[in-house]
Write a protein that binds this ligand. Structure first.
Ligand SMILES: CC(C)(COP(=O)(O)OP(=O)(O)OC[C@H]1O[C@@H](n2cnc3c(N)ncnc32)[C@H](O)[C@@H]1OP(=O)(O)O)[C@@H](O)C(=O)NCCC(=O)NCCS
Length: 181
């Protein structure tokens, strides 16, 4: 286990997570603003989970935290972090299975990851990017104290159309002041 919160465990992915990952990534609502298409086949999930498990949260590149519901002992989503080569900046992404949305779990999980990044890993800045229509994602980033920094017009060609992307950022002093201790 990497971290524990009131209701969640954040840990590495393992091979047995592949079926659940395939299931929530196959939900068209979950995939709507994401880079993958639904359905997301089990074989792809198996490869993804192998890659997630082999990467490190302290090395440059992507690391995927598995979000496990502590009481129910089920995988309910993930938090993705791309650490830059300088180890002082990162990009963050997140996904929750539909059945576990709107209960504060994303706020709880991403807060724990930001705490790790800013307090333990000494990051200077974390950014988040989402489709401008992804109101749940933008609301989550704002709830966590990110500042909306820009709008990239027709920046991404995804699922057959050019889409606008919103950019968000948070700096270490902002996170540390917001959540002291
Ligand atoms: C983005 C995403 C993770 C946000 O999830 P979310 O469920 O809106 O966020 P949270 O889990 O923090 O839940 C917050 C909601 O739960 C409510 N809530 C209920 N109980 C709560 C509690 N104990 N603590 C905090 N909030 C609680 C909040 O009021 C809030 O509701 P609101 O949006 O109506 O104000 C989710 O929409 C998702 O997975 N989408 C699909 C994948 C995706 O697009 N990812 C982003 C790519 S950029």
């Amino acid at each position: 286990m990497l971290m524990a919160t009131e209701r969640l465990i954040l840990r590495r992915f393992r091979a047995t997570d592949a079926a659940t990952l395939a299931e929530y990534r196959s939900d068209p609502e979950v995939a709507r603003y994401q880079s993958w298409d639904a359905p997301f086949p089990l074989a792809k999930a198996e490869t993804a989970v192998r890659n997630f498990a082999a990467s490190s949260p302290d090395q440059p590149g992507w690391f995927q935290y598995a979000i496990e519901h502590t009481a129910e002992r089920v995988l309910i989503g993930d938090v993705a972090v791309r650490l830059h080569d300088n180890l002082r900046q990162a990009e963050i992404g997140f996904t929750l299975a539909t059945a576990y949305q709107k209960m504060g779990y994303a706020t709880e999980a991403v807060s724990a990851v930001l705490d790790r990044l800013f307090r333990l890993q000494g990051l200077h800045r974390v950014m988040g990017e989402c489709d401008a229509r992804n109101t749940a994602s933008a609301a989550l980033l704002e709830r966590l104290g990110f500042t909306r920094e820009g709008l990239l017009r027709q920046q991404t060609f995804i699922k057959g159309e050019w889409t606008d992307d919103l950019l968000f950022g948070i700096l270490a002093p902002e996170w540390l002041a917001r959540d002291p201790g």
